[in-house]
Design a protein around this ligand. Structure first.
Ligand code: NAD
Length: 345
């Protein structure tokens, strides 16, 4: 099988690329290399005969047509996106451009390619989306695949729009699409502007560890390597036209995640004082969704997939990875906006 992955130099896309190549899948990684990209994430497969890289923006239709004609993929897994909610508050335009126009352009390029080849059997267009499209939950309840869309941030609204486009291309043109909506990912190669790496790196640097609002917001946490496995499962076994929620079965309040990370660091790299003393509550994100939680019944019962890692195990592995890979994160810390408070509205 030959798989075209978009966004394969990012956090989740690179986990998919590494896992797919390890499993013998041929991969074409299409990535524009924005501020969030890092080719070191795919260094372990870069010399593999199974791997090819195309430096292409998904808004560039002629370049996409060339990529499809050159590589003739059997499937597309679409992860390229602007992904940071705080940046979507400061600069929504790039989110509209990449997440909506880019998805539209990629859908059209994929449709033309598939139609020119007599709508060949087995083709899939898999869109990787987020649980944030469903909005915010109260203390109870879970997002199912039937939960109505109710996005609240520019980021989640742009992802909801791209989900709708993918469904429309399936219904209207018969393109064999499949969708997945996952919870918060964490793990190795997480870009150092997202909560978990921010906590680890600011703790190690002896700086304040900022927690938005009161830290009561609840997220479900999914280990990125489990997610990559789930995505390949959805691609292989998912029914065209269907969507699958992917969660880690690990709900936690942000403040508890932060305290757990501090406790792991206290054990692994003891500082002069417990790291939790660096925790500082800061002004909340505007429109901060209170709670996300995933009902994973469909992917578990229909596709037989479950996460392999508990939150405790995943956080341990993640902290150890950051301790062992200082060169990787140091090289990213001077990128535009990293380390700054963004998205205060
Ligand atoms: P990321 O920001 O780490 O990586 C995104 C990648 O896409 C980067 O390599 C970037 O260069 C590339 N890209 C951006 N704009 C592009 C363009 N116009 N053309 C080509 N490439 C472009 O993102 P991530 O965290 O790996 O997320 C991947 C996907 O998963 C996104 O679609 C995101 O919405 C979705 N998602 C992420 C999470 C999460 O917790 N990180 C949760 C749910 C869903």
């Amino acid at each position: 099988m030959k798989l075209l992955v978009t966004g394969g130099a990012g956090f989740i896309g690179s986990a998919v690329v590494r896992l797919a190549v390890r499993r013998g899948v041929q991969v074409v990684n299409v990535d524009a290399l924005t501020y969030a990209a890092c080719l070191a994430n795919v260094a372990e497969v870069a010399d593999s005969p199974l791997y090819a890289f195309e430096h292409v923006n998904i808004c560039d239709r002629p370049a996409l047509d060339r990529v499809f004609a050159t590589h003739q993929p059997d499937a597309v897994m679409h992860l390229a996106a602007e992904s940071h909610v705080d940046r979507s508050i400061d600069s929504p335009g790039t989110f509209i451009e990449t997440n909506i126009t880019g998805t539209y352009t990629l859908l059209e390029a994929a449709r033309a390619y598939w139609q020119e080849r007599d709508r060949f059997d087995g083709f899939r267009f898999h869109h990787v989306s987020t649980d944030e499209v469903f909005g915010s939950l109260g203390p109870d309840g879970l997002f199912t695949e039937e939960t109505p869309y109710d996005p609240r941030s520019p980021y989640s609204a742009s992802k909801a729009a791209s989900d709708h486009l993918v469904r429309a291309w399936g219904e209207t043109f018969g393109l064999p699409t499949v969708l997945s909506n996952c919870s918060n990912n964490y793990g190795p190669y997480h870009f150092p502007e997202k909560l978990i790496p921010v906590v680890i790196l600011r703790a190690l640097a002896g700086q304040e560890i900022p927690v938005y609002g009161t830290g009561e917001n609840v997220r479900d946490w999914l280990y990125v390597e489990d997610h990559a496995d789930a995505l390949l499962t959805v691609l292989e076994k998912g029914a065209p036209g269907r969507s699958y929620n992917i969660g880690g079965e690990n709900e936690a309040r942000n403040i508890d995640i932060v305290r757990t990370l501090c406790a792991i660091l206290d054990r692994k790299r003891p500082g002069p004082a417990p790291y939790a003393r660096q925790i500082t509550l800061v002004a909340d994100r505007p429109g901060h969704d209170q709670r996300y939680a995933i009902d994973p019944t469909r992917i578990a019962t229909e596709l037989g997939w479950r996460p392999s890692v508990t939150l405790e195990e995943g956080l341990e592995k993640t902290v150890q990875w950051y301790l062992d890979n200082e060169d990787w994160w140091r090289a990213l810390q001077d990128r535009d906006g990293v380390g700054a408070r963004l998205g205060t509205g």
